[in-house]
Design a protein around this ligand. Structure first.
Ligand SMILES: [Zn+2]
Length: 156
């Protein structure tokens, strides 16, 4: 009596058959190999298509929807990579924009704080010791952020 059916070949899968679990389903061991080969073939095909799109973008030094974006989406869909729907994608992009804006704000705050500290400790309570090493550290951190264009305060 077959216990289950192999999702790859639709053949019976007996208790004594050598099998493996893939994504929560049991397959004949030979079918797992064939499944992985198929997957690899699909992914290689997608990578070749994406590579062609990349080369076209470089060659044209531009990008457009019909020649690049739609074929990219199609290549990824064919390989089984589903895209986010519009609202999901928009929410994720918004998160990145928010993170960038927060980073800019933090740098602004840090720069202002550093100016206050270096400007004769005006905003530091009497008796509070600001070590030279701390000041150097803060200056280095800001330089580092500027180097990586984390600052990017909008110039009016
Ligand atoms: Zn099978």
């Amino acid at each position: 009596m077959p216990k289950t059916v192999c999702p790859f070949c639709a053949g019976p899968l007996y208790e004594h058959d050598v099998s493996r679990q893939v994504d929560g389903q049991r397959y004949h061991i030979d079918c797992v190999i064939r499944l992985l080969k198929d997957k690899n073939h699909e992914q290689t095909k997608a990578l070749r298509a994406i590579n062609d799109i990349r080369n076209s973008i470089i060659a044209l030094a531009t990008m457009n929807w019909s020649a690049h974006i739609y074929p990219l989406v199609a290549a990824l869909n064919e390989a089984g990579y589903e895209s986010d729907d519009y609202e999901e994608a928009k929410a994720k992009a918004q998160t990145l924009i928010d993170q960038r804006d927060r980073a800019f704000k933090m740098v602004e705050i840090a720069e202002t704080a550093l100016e206050k500290i270096t400007d004769k400790n005006i905003y530091v309570k009497p008796g509070t010791h600001i070590s030279t090493s701390m000041r150097i550290f803060a200056e280095e951190a800001i330089d580092e952020m500027k180097k990586h264009e984390v600052t990017g305060r909008k110039e009016a």
